[in-house]
Design a protein around this ligand. Structure first.
Ligand SMILES: C[S@@+](CC[C@H](N)C(=O)[O-])C[C@H]1O[C@@H](n2cnc3c(N)ncnc32)[C@H](O)[C@@H]1O
Length: 258
């Protein structure tokens, strides 16, 4: 990273922290996450198949702990963190009710305060990584995850694809029409699109799965598996190119080489 890119990355990261704290830390969203304790079909398949048993797990962007509580019996030790203190508060309360002994803390995925080669598995579940707003910060997260995994350790995460029909309606078609002089478009990117949901303006984040796979290779990871919730929901567990173009959840399992 050059010296001139550094402040931009810091601003983007600061914006990410504020956005996440405002979005996830209050009201309906916090309530929704406080009640979500189940795995999605694709998650159940990918976790079973690719997360090792025993050893140490780090759950990055754990929210209220939905995934790590369900994996608690499977690992000897779990550390879990999120950037939103209110979510960690909910997770800690449930942790003491269940006696699960998970170590929850508030932290930022772009700056892990953890020693190298520590974990057998790292998880960043349910569309957290694309919410980290700029590419340099995403690269930082991948490099940090790579660093804290032991050689042979596995990283499992989920993204939403930027190639989907909802985006065609909200982004690609308006952009094409604007280029033809038939309307206006704000010139945003499909990785971050503002849409109106009722009277509320929402910002959606997505990932280009081809760029993400290239970033993983650049970081040093071996991609073990890639599939979509749509395919896994239909029982289609074999990898397929079509998984790149399915709406919402896409699963990646990758490994730090031995
Ligand atoms: C869609 S939620 C998923 C929560 C949880 N992993 C789950 O599956 O239920 C994404 C989470 O990523 C967290 N997050 C986003 N950026 C982060 C960062 N830089 N460091 C740590 N957590 C972050 C958000 O606060 C949010 O809780």
């Amino acid at each position: 990273m050059t010296a001139s890119q550094q402040p931009e990355t810091e601003v983007a990261n600061f914006r990410n922290v504020i956005e996440k704290q405002l979005f996830y830390g209050r009201g309906e969203v916090l309530e929704q996450y406080s009640k979500a304790w189940e795995l999605r079909t694709g998650e159940a398949y990918v976790f079973d198949k690719f997360l090792p048993s025993g050893g140490r797990l780090l759950d990055v962007g754990c929210g209220t702990g939905r995934t790590c509580f369900l994996l608690a019996g499977r690992f000897q030790e779990i550390d879990a963190f999120d950037i939103v203190p209110e979510m960690i508060e909910v997770a800690r309360k449930r942790n003491s009710e269940l006696g699960t002994g998970i170590h929850f803390f508030v932290g930022d995925a772009t700056q892990l305060s953890v020693a190298s080669d520590q974990y057998d598995a790292v998880l960043f579940a349910y569309n957290g990584i694309e919410g980290i707003l700029d590419k340099q910060s995403q690269i930082k997260v991948l490099s940090e995850v790579f660093r804290v995994l032991r050689p042979g350790g596995v990283f499992v995460f989920t993204t939403k694809s930027c190639f989907n029909s909802t985006y065609a309606r909200h982004f690609y078609v308006p952009r094409l029409l604007a280029r033809m002089g038939l309307g206006q478009h704000d010139g945003g990117t499909p990785l971050e699109v503002e849409v109106m949901q009722g009277s509320q303006k929402m910002r959606w984040h997505t990932t280009n799965p081809f760029s993400m796979k290239a970033l993983l290779r650049k970081t040093g990871f071996e991609l073990l598996y890639f599939n979509s919730e749509v395919r896994l929901g239909r029982g289609q567990t074999k990898p397929s190119l079509t998984a790149n173009f399915h709406r919402w959840d896409q699963f990646y399992a990758c490994r730090k080489p031995q």
